[in-house]
Write a protein that binds this ligand. Structure first.
Ligand code: NAD
Length: 503
């Protein structure tokens, strides 16, 4: 069976109408073999506008449904996901090239955020606040925001939407999703699964959750539409630089989840067995195509000659191959451009004094699929390509002798997403987590930079965009806060002692 044939079977099982992925103008490829698997029907500007209008109408109804009842819809969605986990996970592997446990893990992440959102639907609380005026009560209430636009990247084709959608829906919003043009099929599948849940729920307003298909021009239409209250955009920093100002121009809200250039520090006391495993998964897992992938490693000079040869061995022996029919741990890059970017970065690294292990293309018999052996590059210092994100499995390794300088170098890049330290020294660990430690949104001790759980707020600082999604109090970004003061007295005292007595 070809991959295209398997895709059709999976989409039928997942309930996706054939008309959405045949005869359209946007070809969809599997990075596993490079073959074309579908022709997606895209949305015109006019259709995008209509989808947003419909979403706005759905929002007006949905915001009046009590939040715990809204949670029931998300609970049903979680149930449907559980039932179709293997099919959707397999489609993620086909479309994004993830190994099976990661494809399934992404769906598990969707299920987890649904569980979280169901609980949250009974926890959308505000504060009551002491007031200086007698006979008054001050409190805050949280209200739904409106149409929430979601723009997502190829590398988390289903989980990122669900992080946003599950929270947005329990918060009383409607959702319009522009998935990556590289992973449209999994988006169609998610919507079909959501529609199963909506059918079971019963009274869901038409257009509560929708997908609009196309390239960045469709994303731009979503960003510029005056009826979209919030856009949560996940992708490159380049994309964020375009989307952020456009949203700011019309005072719309944004959650920006952009590129990372994540680093780890291995200290003299580190448990090296643990560090090797965490570094291997962080840097080579998902073929280096996670926003949280480990890209820079600072190793203390006292352990460098023990750790780096062990890492090189892992790089030379890790299995690279098809995520569909081998037990390989490293699947393909998403496309040719990703491969070329990787080779360009490696050439620049060599020009800057780097010594490369790995990095070559692995022949799998598919001319249009791009498998590579992950690259470990020993660098004399943090320079050249090391300071920017290359979305491929390249780990730059540098030696340090002074901990303070390692932290300065750690923070001396544009992105600020994820970071970790490997140490058994309490002072180093706490310093790393302190105000003059890591400047990232995620800072870990003795675990790698990737593989976050949904319970924590996810996101990063600086050129990563500052957005937060998923757990903790990230829900607040999907609601508007109103401060209410109620006067239950028969006087009208003004705050700050102001008097304004009219006759
Ligand atoms: P990308 O920026 O090329 O595309 C992401 C999405 O943005 C796509 O849907 C694309 O169509 C859309 N888009 C691009 N330009 C746009 C514009 N001007 N207006 C509106 N929409 C636009 O990113 P990619 O190659 O799909 O994904 C890889 C990047 O995403 C990496 O930089 C990675 O670090 C980042 N990423 C970040 C996170 C995070 O949470 N911080 C998560 C996943 C991926």
């Amino acid at each position: 069976m070809t991959i295209a044939q398997e895709v059709r079977i999976l989409l039928a099982r997942l309930g996706v109408a054939e008309s959405a992925y045949t005869g359209g103008t946007m070809p969809s490829f599997s990075p596993v073999s490079g073959e074309k698997v579908a022709d997606i029907v895209v949305h015109s500007a006019d259709e995008t506008g209509k989808a947003i209008e419909l979403s706005q109408a759905a929002f007006r109804e949905w915001r009046l449904v009590p939040a715990p009842k809204r949670g029931e819809l998300v609970r049903l969605f979680g149930e449907e996901l559980r039932a179709l986990k293997s099919e959707l996970g397999r489609l993620v592997s086909i479309e994004a090239g993830k190994i099976p446990s990661e494809g399934l893990g992404e769906v598990q992440e969707m299920i987890d955020i649904c569980d979280f959102a169901v609980g949250l639907s009974r926890q959308l609380y505000g504060l009551t606040i002491a007031t200086e005026r007698p006979g008054h009560r001050m409190m805050e209430t949280w209200h739904p925001l409106g149409v929430v636009g979601v723009i997502s990247a190829f590398n988390f084709p289903v989980a990122v939407w669900s992080w946003n959608a599950a929270l947005a829906l329990v918060c009383g919003n409607s959702v319009v999703w522009k998935p990556s043009e590289k992973t449209p099929l999994t988006a169609l599948a998610c919507l079909a699964i959501f529609e199963r849940a909506a059918k079971r729920f019963g009274d869901v307003p038409a257009g509560l959750a929708q997908v609009i298909m196309g390239d960045r021009t469709v994303g731009e239409a979503l960003v510029d539409h005056p009826k979209v209250a919030l856009v949560s955009a996940t992708g490159s920093t380049r994309m964020g630089r375009e989307v952020g100002p456009r949203l700011a121009r019309r005072f719309a809200r944004s959650i920006l989840e952009l590129g990372g250039n994540n680093a780890g520090i291995v200290c003299p006391s580190a448990d090296l067995d643990m560090a090797v495993r965490a570094i291997a998964f962080g840097a080579m897992g998902t073929a280096g195509q996670r926003c949280t992938s480990l890209r820079r490693l600072f190793v203390h000079e006292s352990v460098y000659d023990t750790l780096v040869p062990r890492l090189k061995k892992a790089y030379e022996s890790v299995s690279v191959g098809s995520p569909l029919d081998t037990s390989a741990l490293v699947g393909p890059l998403i496309d040719k451009a990703a491969y070329e970017n990787m080779q360009k970065a490696l050439s620049e690294a060599v020009e800057t004094g780097g010594i490369v292990t790995g990095g070559k293309r692995v022949d799998t018999g598919h001319d249009n699929a791009y498998y590579v052996r992950p690259a470990l590059v020993e660098m004399p210092k943090q320079d050249g390509p090391v300071t920017k994100e290359t979305f491929a499995p390249i780990l730059y390794v540098m030696k340090y002798d002074d901990f303070d300088e390692a932290i300065v170098d750690h923070n001396a890049v544009g992105a600020g997403l994820s970071s970790s330290i490997f140490t058994l020294n309490l002072q180093e660990a706490e310093r790393f987590l302190s105000p003059d430690g890591s400047d990232c949104g995620i800072a870990n001790v003795n675990i790698g930079t990737s593989g976050a759980e949904i319970g924590g707020a996810f996101g990063g600082e600086k050129e990563t965009g500052g957005g937060r999604e998923s757990g903790s109090d990230a829900w607040k970004a999907y609601m508007r806060r109103a401060t209410n003061t109620v006067n239950y007295s028969s006087a009208l005292p003004l705050a700050q002692g102001v008097s304004f007595d009219i006759e």
